[in-house]
Design a protein around this ligand. Structure first.
Ligand code: XUL
Ligand code: CO
Length: 438
């Protein structure tokens, strides 16, 4: 086990106690070994917690300073990085989840330049590797933060200055190597500054070519180092920039196809990003499966009154059961999982609050999984959908999808007096079925 900290001293290992439990530090629905549709709950959900919101963010917002005052935030350099790793691994272990995720800069001592960046990242890898061995924790995905440092203010790969591209490429190269070394199952790209503030100063064609170039270099590097997991783009329409090129799943797929990367790169979908793009999360999931690029999920939600990325814990039962239905119906995760890219509110300053957030988030996913499994077992929803399209399996449907020309269809329609009979779409019936399971 990892060294126990004073910070989490009051927190026990989180047990599963069932829906009737009133213990706030226990799972009510997440019972990792429970079989659902023949598979362990943990293997369906593959839950991960992130480093950045939980251990790096100090609670600052645009109007105010940090509120958390965590003990490790008082430290500096490698000492700070190691203290953070101690509490992080203790947290993940007490929560009892199998995976974690990080950006390069989350885990390492801050660096003043790229040489120091490479050295400081290397210095923490031994520590992370040892902690993974001690706890059995695994890395769901690694990534590079190429959006926070001042040098990236006008983009990383999309920057007008090639020296910035070189810096981003350096970070990506070393973050990929680190992810490989730690046995990471995926590698993520979120293009926070890969977009523009104003078209007036932007050469859009060049920027998209540059973005595709960095991705192509990363694909080549992945094969060169023998990294087996997929590369994932995380779509988000805007914030921090006014417009980001990786807007949503459909936009990302068009981009990947334009540059011949559609067989190499998949998506990491985030709930609040879907909301910002004006898409329901189940739409994003269904589209990703339709294009064959479903990878992983960052689980969170926004606030209905706020138009920005509030990264709250996902707890909307109907939204979750609808999303889970799409995931399970389409075969579930392979290398991906549910990463809690979610943070407690800045007034939630206690150690226990970090646990309440994640326990609630995981219970909500478990409940959604159980609801979706019931709908899949009952089979009435899928039977209704198949029946709706059954004409396409008959003669006329097959002929139009195959041999027929447009004029053949026109001639036959008139000759046979084809006269379609409208049928109910049954939306309320279906919404009631999902509501019943939420
Ligand atoms: C930002 C976001 C990131 C990515 C990783 O909105 O979601 O934390 O998940 O860079
Ligand atoms: Co995210």
């Amino acid at each position: 086990m990892t060294k126990s900290s004073e910070f989490f001293a009051e927190i026990p290992q989180i047990p599963y106690e069932g829906a009737e439990s009133s213990n706030p530090l226990a799972f009510k629905y997440y019972d990792k070994d429970q079989l659902v549709l023949g598979k362990r709950m943990e293997d369906h959900l593959r839950p991960a917690a992130c480093y950045w919101h939980t251990f790096c963010w100090d609670g600052f917002d645009v109007f105010g300073e940090g509120t958390f005052r965590r003990p490790w935030h008082e430290l500096e350099g490698q000492e700070m990085a190691e203290a953070k790793a101690d509490v992080a691994f203790e947290f993940y272990s007490k929560l009892g989840i199998p995976f974690y995720c990080f950006h390069d800069v989350d885990v390492m001592a801050p660096a003043a330049n790229m040489k120091e960046h490479v050295e400081n990242l290397a210095a923490i890898l031994d520590v992370l590797e040892r902690k993974q061995d001690e706890t059995g924790l695994k890395l769901l995905w690694g990534t590079a933060n190429v959006f926070s440092n001042r040098r990236y203010m006008s983009g990383a790969s999309t920057n007008p200055d090639p020296e910035v591209f070189a810096s981003a490429a350096t970070q990506v190269c070393h973050a990929m190597n680190a992810t490989k070394r730690l046995g990471g199952e995926n590698y993520v790209f979120w293009g926070g500054r890969e977009g523009y503030e104003t078209l007036l100063n932007t050469d859009l064609n060049r920027e998209m070519d540059q973005l595709a170039r960095l991705l192509t270099l990363a694909v080549e590097h992945k094969h060169k180092i023998g990294f087996k997991g997929p590369l994932l783009i995380e779509p988000k329409p805007h914030e921090p920039t006014k417009h980001q090129y990786d807007r949503d799943t459909a936009t990302v797929f068009a981009f990947l196809q334009k540059y011949g990367l559609e067989n190499e790169v998949k998506v990491n979908l985030e709930t609040n990003h879907a909301t910002l793009a004006g898409n329901p999360m189940d739409h994003e999931i269904a589209m990703a499966f339709a294009f064959g690029i479903f990878g992983s999920i960052d689980a969170n939600r926004g606030d209905p009154q706020n138009g920005w990325d509030t990264d709250q814990f996902w707890n909307d039962p109907l939204d979750i059961v609808r999303s889970m239905y799409q995931i399970i119906k389409n075969g579930g995760f392979t290398t991906g999982g549910f990463n809690f890219d979610a943070k407690v509110r800045r007034q939630s300053i206690d150690a226990a609050d970090l646990f309440y957030g994640h326990i609630g988030g995981l219970d909500a996913l478990a409940r959604g999984l159980l609801g979706a499994a019931k709908l899949i077992e009952a089979g009435d929803v899928s039977a209704l959908v198949s029946d709706r399209y059954s004409g396409w399996d008959d003669e006329l449907g097959k002929w139009m999808m195959g041999a027929a020309s447009l004029s053949d269809i026109a001639d036959k329609t008139v000759a046979d007096g084809i006269d379609p009979k409208p049928k109910s779409g049954r939306q309320e019936f279906l919404e009631n079925r999902f509501g019943q399971m939420a």
